[in-house]
Design a protein around this ligand. Structure first.
Ligand code: C2O
Length: 549
C-alpha cells in the first residue's frame, strides 16, 4: 500500500509560549508537527513544500531506507537542501520495521520545531503484548525564545561554539504548569480507568537527555527505537535525544489527576548544570476526576547517572522469529573515541581566541566537516568522490591512553591527540560486512553522555560500562544472546559502549551525536557502503526531483 500524505508544508507560523509570541518554522501549522501513522510494509510518499525562509531537509529517524538512501535526509550527506520555495517528494518503504520512530529537519537547529512522530503499526494488528486500548504519541521537546534557525550560526560565529540553553522543556509542544508565568500551555491526556495505554515516547529535545515519569503509575517498556524489548517494568523512563521508548501504562490508580513530568538527565561530570531547571509537566486526567491539584511524581536528581545507567543497561531484545539475531563475530573492528576537544579557529569565526583555539568535537580525533558543494551520496554514486571526501577515517585513535582522566591533557606525549583536525573523512565498508564499534568517551573538555545515532542501520548493543574500555573484561560481558537493538546509543559519561551491525544497506550513512549542538562542532562520521552484487543490494538512482545544489 502506498501512502501519499497531504503535502507537508513547512512554513513560518506565529505561536505563543511562555507568554511571548514567536515566529517559528513548523510543518502544517502545528508544533509538534503531524503524526504520520503507517503500517509495516507500506511505501510512503511525503511531498515536502518549503515555504519557510530556511533551507530544509527532512530525516526519517530510524527508518532503515533499504535501497532508498536518497530519501534519508541529512543535509549535504544524502541530499542538498530543499531551498525556500522548493519542494521534494521523499519516497521510501518501511518493510520489516514496526514501532515508534519520528521525522525531523536535518538542517541546523530547525529540528527544535520541525519534527513529529512516525508510527509504524504492525501489519496484522498483532503486538507481541496485550492490545492497548489507545496509543498516545508523547513528544518530549525543548523550547527557545529565539530564532532556532539562527542559534547555531550565532553560537559558531560569536559564542565560542556554545549554544544558548533552551528556555523550557515541553511535552507535546507545551511547557506545563511549573513555568509559572504561563500556566495555560499544558498538554492533557484524558484516560478511563482499568485500561492499558501504549505511550509512544520520543525524545525530540535538541540538547538534553531526559527522565520521564507519571505520578501514581508505572510503565512496562516493550520497545525502544522501534525494536521490541523483553517487557521491562520501571517507574522511570530515561531517554536520549533521538531515542524512542514504547511503554505500557495501566490506568489502575484512584480516579484523579496526575502529572507526567520531563526533566533533564545532566550527565556531565564537570561544571555546574547548564539548563533551564524547571520540569515540564502535562496532566493525565481520569474521567470523573475532580479538580484537586494533580499529584507530582518524585523525579530523580538531575545528575542521577545510576538511575540512567540502570535503565539503559537493563533492556534486552525480544527474540522473535523472522528478526535478525546478533552476529557472533565481526569482520571490521573499530575503536572510536567520542568527545569534545579544542580546535584551531576557523577564519570565519568572529569571536575566537587565536592562540587557545575554539571548542570542537571529534571522533578518533577527526572533527567532521560537512561538504559544501555536493552531497556525499551524490558524490559517491556519481564517481566524483575524491573532491568531496577522503576514505581514510581511522579505525583507532592516534594513541591509546587514559581517556577518562582530564588531567592528562597536559602530557606532551598526548599533544597529537589535542590537535584535532577538521576533515570530511569517511569509513568505507564492504557490503554485508559485520562491523563492531567500541565507542569510548573522552574527557579532554569535560565528559558527558553522548547519544550517538547511526543512520541506515539498527545495531545490537553488546555491552556498556564506565572507565576505559578493556577488551578482556568487556568481552566477558557481551550480550550475544538477547541484546537490545537500537539506532541511538547513549555512550556513558566517562565510559564506553560496544555495538555491532551488518552493513547490508548500500548508501552513505552518517553517524553523529544527537545532542544537536555537537554536530556543527564535528561529532560525526560517515559510513560508505558500496553496492553489493545481487540486484537487491544495489542502490537505485536518485528520484527525478532530487534537489540539486
Ligand atoms: Cu535524528 Cu541524523 O538524526
Amino acid at each position: 500500500r502506498e501512502w501519499l500524505t497531504s503535502p507537508e508544508k513547512v512554513r513560518n507560523l506565529t505561536v505563543s509560549r511562555l507568554c511571548e509570541r514567536r515566529v517559528i518554522t513548523a510543518v502544517n501549522g502545528k508544533l509538534p508537527g503531524p503524526t504520520i501513522w503507517v503500517r509495516e510494509g507500506d511505501t510512503l510518499l511525503v511531498h515536502v513544500v518549503n515555504l519557510s525562509p530556511y533551507d530544509i531537509t527532512i530525516h526519517w529517524h530510524g527508518v532503515l531506507q533499504k535501497q532508498s538512501g536518497w530519501a534519508d535526509g541529512p543535509n549535504m550527506i544524502t541530499q542538498c537542501p530543499i531551498r525556500p520555495g522548493g519542494s521534494y517528494t521523499y519516497r521510501f518503504n518501511v518493510s520489516g520495521q514496526e514501532g515508534t520512530l519520528w521525522w525531523h529537519a536535518h538542517t541546523s537547529f530547525l529540528r527544535a520545531t520541525v519534527h513529529g512522530a512516525l508510527i509504524i503499526r504492525p501489519r496484522n494488528h498483532s503486538f507481541p503484548f496485550r492490545q492497548p486500548h489507545r496509543q498516545v504519541p508523547i513528544l518530549l521537546g525543548e523550547w527557545w525564545n529565539a530564532d532556532v534557525g539562527d542559534l547555531e550560526k550565532q553560537a559558531f560565529l560569536t559564542g565560542g561554539g556554545i549554544v544558548n540553553i533552551s528556555n523550557a522543556f515541553t511535552i507535546n509542544g507545551k511547557p506545563g504548569h511549573l513555568y509559572t508565568r504561563c500556566k495555560n500551555h499544558t498538554y492533557k491526556l484524558e484516560v478511563v480507568a482499568g485500561k492499558t495505554y501504549l505511550l509512544r515516547i520520543i525524545n525530540s529535545a535538541v540538547n538534553s537527555e531526559l527522565f520521564f515519569k507519571i505520578a501514581g503509575h508505572a510503565f512496562t517498556v516493550v520497545a525502544v527505537d522501534a525494536s521490541y524489548t523483553k517487557p521491562y517494568d520501571t517507574d522511570v523512563v530515561v531517554i536520549a535525544p533521538g531515542q524512542t521508548v514504547d511503554a505500557l501504562m495501566v490506568t489502575d490508580a484512584p480516579s484523579a489527576r496526575y502529572y507526567m513530568a520531563s526533566q533533564p538527565y545532566f550527565s556531565s561530570l564537570n561544571g555546574p548544570p547548564s539548563f533551564d531547571s524547571t520540569t515540564a509537566t502535562a496532566i493525565v486526567r481520569y474521567a470523573d476526576a475532580d479538580d484537586a491539584p494533580p499529584e507530582m511524581p518524585r523525579m530523580p536528581a538531575f545528575n542521577d547517572t545510576p538511575t540512567a545507567h540502570r535503565f539503559y543497561t537493563n533492556l534486552t531484545g525480544l527474540r522473535r522469529p523472522g528478526t535478525p539475531t546478533v552476529p557472533l563475530e565481526a569482520e571490521e573492528h573499530m575503536f572510536v573515541t567520542v568527545g569534545l576537544g579544542v580546535l584551531a579557529c576557523e577564519p570565519t569565526q568572529v569571536v575566537c581566541n587565536r592562540s587557545r583555539g575554539t571548542l570542537g568535537a571529534s571522533m578518533n580525533n577527526v572533527s567532521f566537516r560537512f561538504p559544501t558543494s555536493m552531497s556525499l551520496l551524490e558524490a559517491h554514486f556519481s564517481g566524483f568522490h575524491e573532491a568531496e571526501y577522503q576514505p581514510d577515517f581511522p579505525d583507532h585513535p592516534p594513541a591509546m591512553f587514559d581517556f577518562t582522566n582530564n588531567s592528562l591533557n597536559t602530557d606532551p606525549r598526548l599533544a597529537p591527540l589535542l590537535h584535532t583536525q577538521r576533515g570530511t573523512k569517511v569509513k568505507k565498508v564492504k557490503y554485508n560486512a559485520t562491523v563492531e564499534m567500541v565507542l569510548q568517551n573522552t574527557a579532554f573538555v569535560g565528559t558527558e553522555n553522548h547519544p550517538l545515532h547511526l543512520h541506515g542501520f539498527n545495531f545490537f548493543v553488546l555491552a556498556q560500562g564506565f572507565g576505559n574500555y578493556n577488551a578482556t573484561t568487556a568481552r566477558s560481558r557481551y550480550n550475544l544472546v538477547d541484546p537490545q537493538v537500537r539506532n541511538t546509543i547513549g555512550v556513558p559519561a566517562g565510559g564506553w559502549a560496544v555495538i555491532r551491525f551488518v552493513a547490508n544497506n548500500p548508501g552513505v550513512w552518517i553517524m553523529h551525536c544527537h545532542l544537536e549542538q555537537h554536530v556543527p562542532l564535528g561529532l560525526a562520521t560517515v559510513f560508505v557502503v558500496e553496492d553489493g552484487t545481487t540486484p537487491d543490494s544495489i542502490l537505485p538512482p536518485p528520484p527525478p526531483d532530487f534537489p540539486a545544489c
